[in-house]
Design a binder for this molecule. Structure first.
Ligand code: ZN
Ligand code: ZN
Length: 342
């Protein structure tokens, strides 16, 4: 191979809002001060990749999407501490934070006030053979999880695991997971493994068996049943984890909260309807949850390994990103699409 070729990588980029994925060669980027270069092995395809694909946020194009990245440290930039070439590494949605603003000094790194770094949105992400990440955004990946096992846990896993462990529910509480897609099928497993009385809610009776296999004690078919009424019959949910992206499906379930219940919103629906009277009479809340930072990802990976939680994946090579993305957007993927780099 000619020497110049060795410094090139393949990326799958988007050049304009709504544009197609384009496979092309680019020079392998050099890590700057505080940055780590990762040789990517796998990257999950998340619904939030549509932000980059369709231009739902202000984005500088061309941009490489992907924020469920797993690979190996390939090089470190000046001043990077604690990382060496050859170590396994993962990157999620959070692309880093400053560490010195008031929010960071209070430990609220997700709310960093000086800059917003989002993998695959403000910088190039994991639909590529290499990427560069700020070192504070990089998570350690344990042995025992393959790249394709670990990749979906960097966003879908992290988001559901971190929301559940911060939801206020304790072992034995009734926890409902709304939706059985990429996030939901992991959320049900985490909820069951955390010791919650886990109820899965999805559309169609055909998902009932899967829900049971994932650990759900009960299944509610929202096509033929009223999810709010069914949850009420079970005593009302302490937590409903809303992983769907449809506001009407959220609105149909929120009535199933019990006293002091929390409706935790993970899916980026346009809007949803909620009764203020219901909230105040039963002291309930609606709360969004930010996925988490790199240390939360590490915790997610460790718990997944310990409790044997895995994503069910459709694995495709990088060059089939468009197909994988379309399957995910249509809800056809069973249950997470993961891209692998040759
Ligand atoms: Zn995501
Ligand atoms: Zn900050």
């Amino acid at each position: 191979m000619a020497p110049w070729n060795m410094s090139k990588m393949r990326v799958m980029q988007v050049s304009r809002p709504g544009g197609p994925f384009e496979m092309l060669e680019r020079p392998i980027p050099e890590p700057g001060a505080g940055e780590i270069r990762i040789k990517i092995q796998a990257c999950g395809v998340c619904h939030s990749d549509s932000i980059t694909k369709e231009g739902y946020m202000p984005i500088e194009y061309p941009r490489v999407p992907g924020h469920e990245v797993v690979g190996v440290v390939d090089a470190t930039g000046a001043g990077v501490m604690g990382w060496a070439a050859g170590e396994r590494a993962g990157v999620g949605w959070n692309g880093g934070y400053c560490g010195y603003c008031d929010a960071c000094r209070r430990g609220n790194f997700f709310a960093c006030q000086t800059a917003t770094y989002v993998t695959g949105i403000t910088s190039d992400g994991g639909y590529a053979e290499y990427m560069v990440a700020r070192s504070e955004a990089v998570a350690r990946v344990p042995e025992g999880l393959s790249p394709t096992d670990a990749a979906p846990l960097m966003c879908a896993g992290l988001t559901t695991y971190n929301a559940l462990r911060n939801s206020g529910a304790v072992a034995g509480d009734l926890v409902a997971v709304l939706g059985l897609g990429g996030l939901g099928h992991l959320g049900v497993q985490y909820a069951a493994k955390m010791g919650f009385h886990t109820v899965a809610i999805a559309r169609g009776q055909d998902k009932a068996e899967l829900a049971g296999k994932l650990g759900a004690a009960q299944y509610i078919d929202s096509r033929s049943q009223d999810p709010a009424a069914e949850l009420k019959k079970l005593g009302g949910a302490k937590v409903i984890l809303a992983t769907v992206t449809a506001g009407d499906a959220m609105g149909a379930a929120i009535g199933g909260l019990g006293a002091n219940g929390s409706f935790m919103v993970l899916g980026a629906a346009q809007s949803m309807t909620v009764s203020p009277l219901q909230l105040l009479l039963a002291r309930q809340s609606v709360k969004g949850w930010y996925s988490g930072t790199a240390i939360d990802s590490q915790d997610t990976l460790a718990f997944s390994l310990q409790a044997d939680v895995r994503s069910m994946n459709e694995v495709l090579p990088l060059e089939r990103a468009e197909e994988g993305y379309q399957r995910m957007m249509k809800g056809d993927a069973r249950f997470r699409v993961v891209l692998t780099m040759g």
